[in-house]
Design a protein around this ligand. Structure first.
Ligand code: NDP
Ligand code: 2IT
Length: 451
């Protein structure tokens, strides 16, 4: 009999814990997937024989490097950089870069693992990867950010390529940072290729990439509501975060008739009972992207709103919620509060914002709950479309890209429904996403034999 880690779930999770000490987020992400996959693979001999689950929970490689840069005062600063190339079974490694002081190897391993299933769900040929650094862009001058990005790319460039690994943005990495990194890659290699996505429109970027994650998470929310004969008209929405994903989710919810009453950052949240208009959302975008200010400033600009320091927005009664800030920002107690206050649907714009206890609360309450790997896949999907446009050296029109984003989100919803239907009209979207994402990657791995 073959030695198999697939024999029991607890044994498998214990093994993952033992092999990845000090990386609780990675263990959490693997456990969440394993809980759903275990039943699915019970009667599938090939997955056991080839140890697919065991292999999929081990990154192809983790690259770790030193990043030195000089601050404006002339001090030498030393940061740590990583690229986790998790799995390229169905396409080149693809996934964002995160700059945040909390970033560790474990954070990036969890993100690269999630990315692998997310990218499979899009239906596009992209493997999973993630990178980043514990560099904190907050309070740094543009020149400091530029020098850091250039130094980061001085090492990263030898590990990436348009057909190898294609990074993009994530927390702390937006248009400015992508510009600096792409510029340095081009300089080092003398090549102009689609090696990064989320680029500016002047140099190979795609229309609607900026909006795609937040818009996509809202389309997914709408698709879930439609299964109950509902839409977003008049629905009160609570959103966390105030960055790229949160502001574009707020924009699309508002466009579809919903009323967004909160946004947040790591210091607290703002509550605007009157609801956010496009004008207010534009003000937040300007605050975050240009002035690089804090969400607390919202209350000075918009009377009638209130600021709640050191709090998350989950206690504000709502019909729908979109956590769009960071991992483990919505805990078991928050999930219980949302359910008790009548929240009908949750769509995760962030990656793994709900902790494992919260996921179980939503599943037990049988509310509409979309995991990040399904709901926020619109961003990487349009990144995939950016790669296609770069390879063909053309730019598609906005209407075409808007249509493709909606089609892709519809396709992900359908794939989740295929594997997530539980009877009685309830769809377990977490299970559906995990199985559908796993199956595509696993079947490709089977084709390659033992590698
Ligand atoms: P941004 O950097 O644009 O914004 C991040 C937002 O989240 C900010 O409001 C930030 O507040 C807040 N935040 C960050 N860390 C924390 C924390 N530890 N606690 C509370 N709030 C925090 O990032 P994005 O909007 O791009 O990313 C948000 C989430 O969406 C992440 O989970 C990311 O992985 C995910 N995602 C992003 C995609 C994209 O295309 N950009 C695609 C798919 C998923 P503060 O200013 O105080 O740090
Ligand atoms: O988590 C994510 O999907 C992203 N940060 C976007 C990745 C990408 O390659 O566009």
């Amino acid at each position: 009999m073959a030695v198999s880690d697939h024999v029991d779930l607890n044994g498998f999770v214990e093994g993952v814990k033992k092999r990845n000490p000090g990386q609780p987020e990675f263990v959490q992400a693997v456990q969440e997937v394993a809980e759903d996959i275990f039943d699915f693979i019970q009667d599938k001999e090939a997955y056991h024989r080839e140890q697919i689950l065991r292999r999929i929970a081990e990154p192809d490689r983790v690259i770790s490097f030193r990043v030195c840069w000089e601050d404006d005062a002339g001090n030498i600063r030393v940061q740590r950089g990583w690229r986790v190339q998790n799995n390229n079974s169905i396409g080149p490694y693809k996934g964002g870069i995160r700059f945040h002081p909390s970033v560790t190897e474990g954070t990036l391993k969890f993100l690269a693992f999630e990315q692998t299933f997310k990218n499979a769900l899009t239906g596009l040929p992209m493997g999973g990867g993630k990178g980043g650094s514990n560099f904190n862009p907050k309070g740094k001058s543009d020149r400091e950010v530029m020098r850091f990005c250039q130094s980061f790319m001085n090492e990263l460039y030898r590990h990436i390529g348009a057909d190898i690994d294609v990074p993009a943005g994530d927390i702390g990495v937006g248009a400015r940072e992508i510009g600096y990194m792409f510029g340095q890659y081009k300089r080092l290699t003398n090549e102009f290729t689609g090696v990064l996505t989320g680029k500016g429109l002047e140099y190979g970027g795609s229309l609607i990439r900026t909006e795609a994650t937040g818009y996509g998470a809202t389309y997914f929310l709408l698709n879930m509501l439609k299964t109950k004969g509902e839409d977003l008209q008049g629905k009160v929405a609570v959103i966390s975060g105030s960055g790229n994903v949160a502001t574009h989710a707020a924009e699309k919810v508002t466009m579809l008739g919903g009323k967004v009453v909160t946004l947040s950052d790591s210091d607290g949240f703002v509550h605007d009972p009157a609801g956010m208009t496009q004008e207010k959302i534009n003000w937040v975008k300007q605050l975050k992207n240009v002035r690089r200010g804090r969400i607390s400033e919202y209350v000075d600009a918009f009377p009638g709103s209130s600021y709640h320091a050191d709090k998350t927005p989950w206690g504000v009664p709502c019909d729908v919620a979109l956590p769009c800030a960071t991992q483990n920002e919505l805990l078991g107690a928050d999930a219980r509060l949302l359910v008790a206050n009548g929240c009908k649907a949750v769509s995760e714009g962030a990656n793994m914002p709900t902790d494992l206890e919260g996921v179980h609360v939503f599943k037990d309450a049988r509310i509409l709950f979309a995991p990040g790997k399904a709901a926020n896949a619109g961003g990487v999907a349009v990144s995939g479309l950016e790669m296609s446009q770069n390879s063909a050296r053309i730019s598609w029109k906005e209407e075409e890209l808007q249509r493709l984003l909606i089609d892709i989100m519809d396709g992900i919803h359908a794939r989740c429904m295929e594997y997530g239907q539980q009877g009685g009209g309830y769809c377990d979207y977490v299970k559906g996403a995990n199985i559908a994402g796993f199956k595509k990657v696993a079947d490709a791995m089977l084709a390659y034999g033992v590698v």
